[in-house]
Design a protein around this ligand. Structure first.
Ligand code: SF4
Ligand code: SF4
Length: 65
């Protein structure tokens, strides 16, 4: 089944705290080079857990094309 939603990080505002990485059940979001979180679209199942854990409210759930 094709996933309907995708997590999208605002990289410019990401504090690289890692809370989203710990929250993700799929290891689909990771902090890269200690700078910003980045989502692997191929692994993300759109559950929204990362977005609810981000203390900076920096992850949007977007509809997939
Ligand atoms: S929406 Fe779910 S699967 Fe996708 S990156 Fe966030 S926690 Fe992981
Ligand atoms: S939880 Fe939010 S601020 Fe922290 S690394 Fe993830 S996207 Fe960045």
């Amino acid at each position: 089944m094709k996933e309907k939603r995708l997590a999208v990080v605002n990289e410019a505002l990401c504090a690289a705290c890692g809370a989203c990485e710990e929250a993700c059940p799929r290891k689909a979001i990771r902090v890269v080079h200690g700078v910003t979180a980045r989502v692997d679209a191929g692994r993300c199942v759109g559950c929204g857990r990362c977005a609810s854990f981000c203390p900076a409210d920096n992850i949007r759930m977007e509809a997939r094309a």
